[in-house]
Ligand binder design. Structure first.
Ligand code: SAM
Length: 240
C-alpha cells in the first residue's frame, strides 16, 4: 500500500500543533460521556495530537489508534515512547477506517481531519461500522473542513513554525476533482533565517467534501444523532 503521507510526514506534526491548540478544548468537550469500560478509538490518528485528547477523556481508558501511514505511525510511536503514561495504554494499529477489525463495543470514536479521505460509500460504511459498536451515550467526534463544496481554493500559507535557525512553512491550494471532491496540492518549505527556501516539497491528496447538513443526514441514516459545534467539530451519539 502506498503511503499518501510519505512526503508530508516530516512536516505534519509540527504544522498541525497550532491548529490543535485551538481544537483541543472543543474536541475534549465533544468527547464528554466517553464510556470508561469500552475501547476508545482514534481513526486516522496521525501523529497522535487527537489521541492525547481522547486518552485524557478517560483516565486509564484503553485506547486504540488506527493509522495507515507508516511515516505518521513512526512519529506517533516516537511520541508515545516519550510518554510512559500513554505508551502503557495506547495500542497503535496499522490499518484503515474500513478494513481494521473493530472491538465489539466502543467507548468513544475520534476521527479528526480524516473523514474527507473516505469516498461517499466509504464514509457511510464507516459511520455504520461505528454506530453499530458505540456504547449508549458514547460519542463519535469528527470534524468538517472547508471547502464543503467542490470549489477552487486559492493558495495560502496555513502556518509557519520556527525550529532552530529554520522555519517550517505549510500551505496549499485545492481544485475540484469530481462532483464531491477536491484535490489539495500542499506545499511545504524549509526557510533559512533570511526567508530563503532551503527545501520545498509537494504532496497532492484527494479530499471528499460534504456540507454539514448532508453529513448530519448520513449520521441519522447510520442510526446516530449529530450536532455541529465550535470549529465545526461534530459530535454524534446513537439514537435510543
Ligand atoms: C490530516 S491527517 C489527521 C491526523 C490526525 N487525526 C490529526 O487530526 O492530527 C489525516 C489522517 O487520516 C489518515 N487516513 C487516510 N486515509 C485513511 C483511511 N482510509 N482510514 C483511516 N485513516 C486514514 C491519514 O493517514 C492521516 O493520518
Amino acid at each position: 500500500m502506498s503511503d499518501e503521507y510519505q512526503t508530508s510526514g516530516e512536516y505534519l506534526h509540527l504544522l498541525s500543533e497550532p491548529a490543535w491548540q485551538a481544537l483541543r478544548t472543543p474536541v475534549a468537550l465533544a468527547l464528554r460521556d466517553a464510556a470508561s469500560d469500552a475501547t476508545l478509538l482514534d481513526v486516522g490518528a496521525g501523529t497522535g495530537l487527537g489521541t492525547e485528547v481522547l486518552a485524557a477523556a478517560v483516565p486509564d481508558g484503553d485506547v486504540v489508534a488506527v493509522e495507515p501511514s507508516p511515516a505518521l505511525r513512526a512519529v506517533l510511536l516516537s511520541r508515545l515512547a516519550a510518554r510512559p503514561d500513554l505508551r502503557r495504554r495506547v495500542t497503535v494499529v496499522a490499518g484503515d477506517a474500513l478494513g481494521v477489525d473493530l472491538p465489539a463495543r466502543l467507548g468513544a470514536v475520534l476521527a479528526m481531519n480524516m473523514i474527507g479521505h473516505l469516498d461517499p460509500d466509504g464514509r457511510r460504511a464507516f459511520l455504520r461500522r461505528v454506530a453499530e459498536r458505540l456504547a449508549p451515550g458514547a460519542p463519535l467526534v469528527l470534524n468538517l473542513q472547508p471547502p464543503t463544496e467542490p470549489t477552487p481554493v486559492p493558495f495560502s500559507v496555513f502556518g509557519t513554525v520556527p525550529v532552530g535557525h529554520h522555519t517550517y512553512e505549510g500551505g496549499g491550494s485545492a481544485e475540484p476533482s469530481g462532483p464531491d471532491a477536491v484535490t489539495w496540492r500542499m506545499r511545504y518549505r524549509v526557510l533559512d533565517a533570511d526567508g530563503t527556501a532551503l527545501r520545498e516539497d509537494h504532496a497532492d491528496y484527494r479530499w471528499h467534501v460534504i456540507p454539514a447538513d448532508a453529513l448530519l443526514t448520513e449520521l441519522t441514516e447510520a442510526g446516530l444523532t449529530g450536532e455541529v459545534g465550535p470549529l465545526d467539530v461534530v459530535r454524534a451519539v446513537r439514537r435510543t
